[in-house]
Write a protein that binds this ligand. Structure first.
Ligand code: HEC
Length: 114
C-alpha cells in the first residue's frame, strides 16, 4: 500500500511546482494593457493612490462611496474626462486626457477596488 501511494505524492509535488511556475509567469507578464498601467500612463497617480488620500481621494474610498456599483461607470467616466469639483474637498480635479473608452475602463477599475 505504501509503495502505491508514493508515485501519487510525487505527482502532487510536481503539480505544485508547475502551479508555482505558472503563477510566477502570470505575474511577470507585461501589464501594459491593465487599467492600473493605464492610470499610471495617464498620470492619475500624481494625485491619487489606491488606498490613501494624496491630492485626490483614495480610489478605494471612491469605490466605497459609490458602493462598488457599476451603474456609476458613466457618471465617473464623465468626471474623469471633464474634471470635477466639490465632492471630496476644496481641490478640483482637472479634466484628464483620456478617451471615453479609457475613462470608462478606469471608472470600472476604480469601482472594483476593495
Ligand atoms: C491634479 C490632480 C489629479 C489628477 C492628475 C487626477 N485626479 Fe482624480 N481627483 C482629484 C481631486 C482633487 C478629486 C476630488 C474632486 C472633488 O472633490 O470633486 C478627484 C476625484 C476623482 C474621482 C472621484 C469623483 C467622484 O465623483 O467622487 C475619480 C473617480 C478620479 N478622481 C479618477 C481619476 C483618474 C482616473 C485620473 C487619471 C486619468 C485622475 N483622477 C487624475 C485630483 C486629480
Amino acid at each position: 500500500m505504501k509503495n502505491l501511494l508514493r508515485p501519487k505524492m510525487g505527482l502532487l509535488a510536481l503539480a505544485g511546482v508547475v502551479l508555482t511556475q505558472v503563477s510566477a509567469m502570470a505575474t511577470s507578464l507585461p501589464r501594459s494593457i491593465s487599467p492600473q498601467a493605464l492610470a499610471q500612463e495617464k498620470g492619475c497617480f500624481a494625485c491619487h493612490a489606491i488606498d490613501h488620500k494624496v491630492v485626490g481621494p483614495a480610489w478605494k474610498d471612491v469605490a466605497a462611496k459609490y458602493h462598488h456599483n457599476l451603474k456609476y461607470v458613466p457618471d465617473l467616466a464623465k468626471k474623469i474626462k471633464n474634471g470635477n469639483a466639490g465632492i471630496w474637498g476644496p481641490v478640483p480635479m482637472p479634466p484628464q486626457n483620456v478617451t471615453q473608452a479609457q475613462a470608462e475602463e478606469l471608472a470600472r477599475f476604480i469601482l472594483s477596488l476593495h
